[in-house]
Design a protein around this ligand. Structure first.
Ligand code: SF4
Length: 396
């Protein structure tokens, strides 16, 4: 079967949407649970909005019971998709858990730090559109509980080098200028020997983090896509070049960085666009400062396409031929995914043959075809992440 783009069902490129980057989240309402009135997060947010004119009309209020507020919002049709409201609440459950992965995919033993949900940006592919059970943005306010939970779990397994990332259910830094969560976490992880924190973001607001004592224990990472996709699909996000420029600043402040080519989208001219992006990345960032790069092709759960088309009838990302895989996600056909991974890998290896590149949420057979080697399990992958860490330490 020929696998040309024409057969894939992709539409021609629409005109760019070019929606402006939201450097300051345009919040209209901020609520916090009354149990958190002394929380450092609530105090940070209050100070932040007082010092910023753009929040002069923002409502800031205490809630008797945040659970009631959530219940009411879930019943309100008008609040179905509300990126202008922030709730600061006391998360009582597990803050840290193993990355949920997906049925049949290779696991890399990543752990997710879940301190908030949702973000002010509006990526068309964002799985939170169907996953998030509440319509607005949330951030946890009971930081002492969060840090205690982290400390206890990390200490329970001192033999492993933990990789813990906070960008699974929310952008790690999109609200950070207001909440100050990044500073709290960076300082906490600076004291932990056997863990690395990853702050995964599309924000470029990192100035307030640059002077912190991170002790080499935090990696700041950016998702990257060609500028054309940023303009059309990653709505209200910073540009690709802004993200690379922010990574340069982070490196100058001594941070290591990482990049996620995820989701890679199969569209007209994708090879040229991704090749240009890779060339730009490696001509801007020294490869010895890049801790890892992940690759993952676009996938989505049933319901996302319908949800997306209600708001963006001209969207083009779900028009390619995709099939419902055993993990109940629509994915590109395997030969297309392999073609994409092989291409991206070979482009990256031109600039950095030793780069730690891994696939996010991919099957064993796709791993095998891409890297030309037998099954890679969590232990082997862990060893590779650790080897990369040690290599970069030696290279300084
Ligand atoms: S930045 Fe991440 S969390 Fe925010 S809309 Fe995009 S994909 Fe979703």
């Amino acid at each position: 079967m020929a696998l040309s783009l024409k057969n894939s069902g992709l539409l021609a490129k629409p005109a760019p949407l070019n929606l402006p980057y939201l450097s300051t989240p345009p919040l209209k309402k901020i609520y916090y649970d009354k149990s958190l009135s002394k929380s450092v997060i609530v105090q940070n947010v209050l100070r932040g909005i007082k010092n910023d004119e753009s929040y002069q009309n923002t409502e800031f209020a205490e809630l008797e019971d945040y659970k009631e507020f959530i219940k009411e919002s879930q019943n309100s049709i008008s609040a179905k998709y509300d990126k202008r409201t922030l709730l600061i609440y006391p998360e009582k459950g597990n803050y840290l858990h193993a990355c949920p992965g997906s049925d049949g995919v290779v696991c890399c033993r990543y752990h997710v730090l879940d301190f908030g949900m949702n973000c002010p940006y509006d990526c068309q592919y964002c799985y939170l559109q169907t996953y998030a059970k509440i319509p607005f943005l949330t951030v946890a306010g009971n930081v002492d509980f969060l840090l205690a939970d982290l400390k206890q779990k990390i200490a329970a397994d001192p033999e492993i080098q933990w990789r813990i990332g906070s960008g699974e259910y929310a952008d790690s830094l999109a609200l950070d200028k207001l909440t100050g969560m990044g500073k709290i976490l960076i300082e906490f992880f600076s004291q932990i020997d056997n863990a690395t924190l990853e702050l995964k973001t599309k924000s470029v607001e990192i100035e307030h983090l640059l002077g912190l004592n991170h002790n080499g224990k935090t990696v700041i990472s950016w998702s990257l896509n060609p500028e054309y996709l940023v303009e059309n699909v990653e709505l209200y996000c910073s540009s690709m070049k802004q993200r690379v420029a922010a990574a340069k600043k982070a490196i100058e402040a001594g941070f290591q960085v990482a990049f996620h080519f995820d989701p890679v989208i199969y569209f007209d001219n994708w090879e040229n666009e991704y090749s240009t992006l890779i060339e730009y990345l490696f001509s801007s960032i020294p490869e010895t400062k890049i801790r890892w790069i992940s690759l993952g092709t676009f996938r989505y759960s049933p319901g996302l396409k319908e949800q997306l088309r209600l708001r963006h009838p001209d969207e083009f990302i779900t028009r390619a031929e995709m099939f419902l895989a055993r993990d109940n996600k629509y994915r590109y056909l395997a030969p297309i995914r392999i073609k994409i991974y092989e291409f991206l890998l070979s482009e990256m290896q031109k600039y950095s043959p030793e780069m730690m590149v891994y696939l996010c949420m991919e099957t064993r057979s796709i791993w095998k075809r891409t890297f030309n080697e037998e099954i890679i399990g969590p232990a082997k992958l862990d060893a590779r992440f650790e080897a990369r860490r040690q290599t970069l330490i030696k290279k300084g």
